[in-house]
Design a protein around this ligand. Sequence first.
Ligand code: ZN
Length: 398
Amino acid sequence: MSRFRLQPTRAQEAALLEHCGHARYVWNLAVEQHAHWQRGRKSAPGFAEQCRQLTEARAEFAWLRGGSIIVQQQALKDFAQAMANFFGTTHRKPTWRKRGRGEGFRIVAFKPGDVRRVSRNVGEVRIPKVGWVRFRWSRPVGDDVRSYRVTRDRAGRWHVAFASLPEPVPAPGSGEVVGVDRGVAVSAALSTGELLNAPTLRGAEKTRLLRLQRKLARAKRESNRRGMVKAAIAKLKAREADRRKDWVEKTSTGLARRFDVIAVEDLKIGNMTRSAKGTVEAPGRNVRQKAGLNRGILAAGWGRLVERLEQKAPGRVQKIDPRYTSQTCNACKHLAGESRESQALFLCVACGHRAHADVNAAKNVRDTAAGHAVAARGGFGLPEPVNREPQRDLLLVG
Ligand SMILES: [Zn+2]
């Protein structure tokens, strides 16, 4: 995915906003239909049925008909993909889109002639019903582009991101397997002992963000000042998001280049992030602590990292059942929940092996992928796994 700053004219911006509005409308319609389905209706309409309904809606509403059917249909397709991801438990359930937040639409019917360079620093992309829109030509656009997405971030900046499946990175051929633990104390721990951290805001930026948030709390509703403070906050957050995306790209390429097999935990991020609240009958334990932890996991952009790994190292990514990986001693294979001394430290109750908890887990992930059993001394009377895998039925509600 290569992203460029889009520079629409005033008139084009209005047309782009309209596309965004249509995509949002259609998406939200699909969300609503699925919400009804959950409450016990027969079945939610699939993609084909939704397309038929879209045709009907377009016949009925002129404002929808005036828009691009390519944009609207693609929003339905994106939603179908989001539901598939949700059922595949790699992503959270798709939710309502709000005006002004993460606005965008996707165009898939892309032809090589739809993008051109007009001068050294300026390119143009052809957008249905909008025409040629300028963007900053900051680097070459790949010639294997399949689709693009136009987005408007909360700071009001427009971008166009051209998507081509990334070139697979050649395997080193060393036979080396690496285990990657979706860390708790760090963003990611490798079985090599390396600890990786997704970038966040720097010290001064964090201070500024806190100050802005305090200002926002004090600012009067609908005031000019409030708008300005909000825009400044959005800008800082967009910067942080950019840095994280960059990190994911670099990290995934690096892992694909260095190792033949990359083993990752098959961890259901969705479940984990929803787990802290618990239910009325069984309130989640350590709710506050877990809430912080969950934020950290989301911040680290795990889903995206694994997705990119699978694209860059096709067939070389192994997903490993994460149960026990955090409680098994990598030195003696003894399994005990008590060995997890803290989030950061593993101290084996059997052999005294001491390690960074995430690195110990990463090594277990690696060993499982390499065919060695983790929890080898398992059997009856195993302690329940703690803190890794939330108990679904207890925690999913609410
Ligand atoms: Zn041990």
